[in-house]
Design a binder for this molecule. Sequence first.
Ligand code: GUN
Length: 292
Amino acid sequence: MTILDGRATSNTIKEEIAEAVKKLKEEGKKTPHLAAILVGTDGASMTYVNAKVKACEKVGFNSTLIDLPEDSTEEQLLHEISDLNKDNDIDGFIVQLPLPKQIDEQKILMAVHPDKDVDGFHPVNVGKMTLELPTFLPATPFGIMQLLERYNVETSGKNVVVIGRSNIVGRPMSILLSQKRSFGNATVTVAHSRTKNLEELCQNADIIVAALGIPEFLTGAMVKEGVTIIDVGITRIKDETKKRGYRLAGDVHFESVSKKASFITPVPGGVGPMTIAMLLKNTLLSCERRSV
Ligand code: GUN
């Protein structure tokens, strides 16, 4: 069994990015600049956004964090987005999700200029991804593709089950893995809450991407020997024995599934760190594109 080590792999990618930034600076070119908008004080979102800003510093990017109050209006948020769209120093920016309920998420994502949409969430970029045109791939699926590639996990002709059909992970993952591309060419089934024969599908799967958001849902009894497991789930579970009062659980019951798996991502330290590295990669790409 091989652990798909997202922490180590993301560090390698961040070193590659830092090297590229150093070169840009030496050549007198622009330093990449990522901005993030956070609305409200959700604990997990604050942790993720802070980790993104810290990662920027680590690779030599400039970063800007825009903190807006929980009761912000849609107009206020649209105004900030418009400013970032126009700001020539900003190469890319993200609006951390989820947003408070008074704000229409789709309307917000559509306001981000596609050329600065380093999350790859704008419909134009989703369309380009689907058509295999150059674009920003959404960071989590991009990170998973990188893990498969860097550990040389064969996907061609394999049966893949993606559990979850979210716009951020499940749907794009299913599209990328079925495309005619390296580390694609898989036969993909998208399973979700209405799927009737999930156990049977999983037992026939060579690769399972668990992205449904139910802690420790996938157990050893549901998978076959030699399976590759990508665990996208990350849920805080109350645990008084921990100093911070919670532990992190994936969508996979690691102990039982890892006994049968040939490759598996841990939680934490699997997909999570890859997501941040690929957001940086997209920002570097945007900076390079904008300066030509
Ligand atoms: N919330 C959960 N994942 C993500 C992500 O990749 N980008 C943004 N902007 N928000 C998220």
